[in-house]
Design a protein around this ligand. Structure first.
Ligand SMILES: CC(C)(COP(=O)(O)OP(=O)(O)OC[C@H]1O[C@@H](n2cnc3c(N)ncnc32)[C@H](O)[C@@H]1OP(=O)(O)O)[C@@H](O)C(=O)NCCC(=O)NCCS
Length: 112
C-alpha cells in the first residue's frame, strides 16, 4: 500500500489554461473536462483532478506518465480513478479523495 498527496493553487492552473488553451486537452480527459465545464468555476475541479493525477503518480512512484492515463471518473458516491494504457494493471486498487476551497485544490491517493 502507498499514499500520495498533492496541492495546487487554483489560479495558477486558471492562468495557465488561459494562456495555453490546448493545455486542458493534454492534461484532462474528455470526461474530466465535461465534468468541470458543467460547474461554475471549472478550474477548481480541474485543479483537484490535476492534484489527483499527481497524487496517484506519487503513490505509484511514476517518473513519466501520460496525464490522460490517470482519469478521475465522478459518480454520485464521489470520485474514483481509472488507469489506462501502460498504467492499467499497475495497482490492484486506487482510491482518491479531492478537495477545493476558493484558493487551493488538493487530493490524496491510496494505492495497493
Ligand atoms: C461530499 C462532501 C463531503 C464534500 O465536501 P465539501 O467540503 O463540500 O467539498 P470539498 O471541496 O472538500 O470536496 C469536493 C469534492 O468532494 C468529492 N465528493 C463529492 N461527493 C462525494 C462523496 N459522496 N464521497 C466522496 N467524495 C465526494 C468530489 O470529488 C468533490 O470535488 P469535485 O466536484 O471536483 O469532484 C459534502 O458535500 C457532503 O455531502 N457532506 C455530507 C455531510 C454534510 O452534508 N454536511 C453538511 C453539514 S453543514
Amino acid at each position: 500500500m502507498a499514499i500520495g498527496l498533492d496541492l495546487l493553487e487554483i489560479d495558477r492552473l486558471e492562468r495557465a489554461l488561459e494562456r495555453r488553451p490546448r493545455l486542458a486537452e493534454r492534461l484532462f480527459t474528455e470526461g474530466e473536462r465535461a465534468y468541470a465545464a458543467a460547474r461554475s468555476r471549472p478550474a477548481q475541479h480541474l485543479a483537484a483532478r490535476f492534484c489527483a493525477k499527481e497524487a496517484v503518480a506519487k503513490a505509484l512512484r511514476l517518473e513519466a506518465w501520460s496525464w490522460q492515463d490517470i482519469e478521475v471518473v465522478s459518480g454520485d458516491d464521489g470520485p474514483r480513478v481509472v488507469l489506462h494504457g501502460p498504467l492499467a494493471g499497475r495497482a490492484r486498487t486506487v482510491e482518491v479523495s479531492l478537495t477545493h476551497s476558493r484558493g487551493v485544490a488538493g487530493a490524496v491517493a491510496l494505492v495497493s
